[in-house]
Design a binder for this molecule. Structure first.
Ligand SMILES: Nc1ncnc2c1ncn2[C@@H]1O[C@H](COP(=O)(O)OP(=O)(O)OP(=O)(O)O)[C@@H](O)[C@H]1O
Ligand SMILES: [Mg+2]
Length: 254
């Protein structure tokens, strides 16, 4: 059993504090959903978990199995089993996607980056078929000319191949067609069932058709303001954030 814990995390970008004390946790096998209005800090949190050096941790901590990882470089966090898929993934057209997958798996098993590993491609092709991703993407540069939906599927493919301790996905359902949402939803459930801990952000209740969240956190203005279950997602979809926040304020007042 593994545990990823964010404790009173404060993060600044360009000297401006964006996260003002975020606390949440995810354990193996859990599917934890993060919601929050545009600009509330979800992607900032995911960048901080990944270790993007532009996102400066100015307070609090990120712990993996009780050990601080906040000062580790991104590749070391990856090697320890944290895979992060971004809202707007960056293309690396000079690296072939097939090479990236092989390198990723070599890092995981402690081999040299360039060690040949033909099994990886065979396995990736099988997963690609399940995700509805064209096999020709493997011969292209990472993200080179990928459509929005191909990018998202390619991220989930990496997670399915890696089976990391934690899969952190920023809006994995955005920009996907209906089949894509179903495929990604099923993949997330499969990953959790096989033992990965999942933290994902979304804006829509449609994900509930395919995933069963263990817990839901809602962020506002750089903080987690609420913890609940899937009913929180349904209510937010019904009335929107502002009315929902007004509703809970009223409830809290009694
Ligand atoms: N590099 C930056 N420089 C200045 N402000 C930034 C920077 N990155 C993020 N911010 C600000 O931090 C706040 C949180 O942004 P973030 O992208 O984390 O929100 P989000 O919850 O992911 O929103 P969305 O739902 O739109 O994806 C926003 O107000 C944003 O403008
Ligand atoms: Mg975002």
């Amino acid at each position: 059993m593994h545990r990823l814990e964010v404790k009173d995390l404060k993060v600044a970008v360009g000297g401006k504090e964006i996260l003002k004390g975020v606390a949440l946790s995810v354990s193996s096998g859990e599917v934890v959903v993060l919601m929050g209005p545009n600009g509330s800090g979800k992607s900032t949190l995911f960048q901080a978990i990944a270790g993007n050096p532009k996102y400066e941790v100015v307070g609090g901590d990120i712990l993996l199995d009780g050990e601080s990882i906040k000062d580790l470089p991104p590749e070391e966090r990856f090697a320890r089993g944290i895979f992060v898929g971004f809202q707007s993934p960056v293309a690396v057209p000079e690296v072939r996607f097939a090479f990236l997958l092989q390198a990723m798996m070599n890092i995981k098993s402690g081999k040299k980056l360039t060690d040949p590993n033909p099994q990886v491609l065979a396995q990736a092709q099988k997963i690609a078929a399940e995700l509805g991703l064209k096999p020709e993407v493997f011969n292209r540069g990472v993200g080179a000319g990928f459509s929005g939906g191909e990018f998202k599927r390619a991220e989930v493919l990496q997670a399915l191949l890696l089976r990391p301790k934690f899969v952190v996905l920023d809006e994995p359902d955005s920009g996907l067609d209906i089949d894509g949402i179903a495929a990604v939803g099923k993949a997330v459930t499969q990953l959790a069932t096989s033992g990965s801990g999942i933290l994902l952000s979304t804006h829509y209740a449609r994900v509930l058709k395919f995933i069963k969240p263990t817990r839901v956190y809602v962020m506002a203005e750089g903080r987690v303001v609420l913890e609940g279950d899937e009913n929180v997602i349904k209510r937010i979809e019904e009335v929107g954030y502002q009315s929902y926040f007004a509703e809970i304020k009223k409830e809290l007042a009694f």
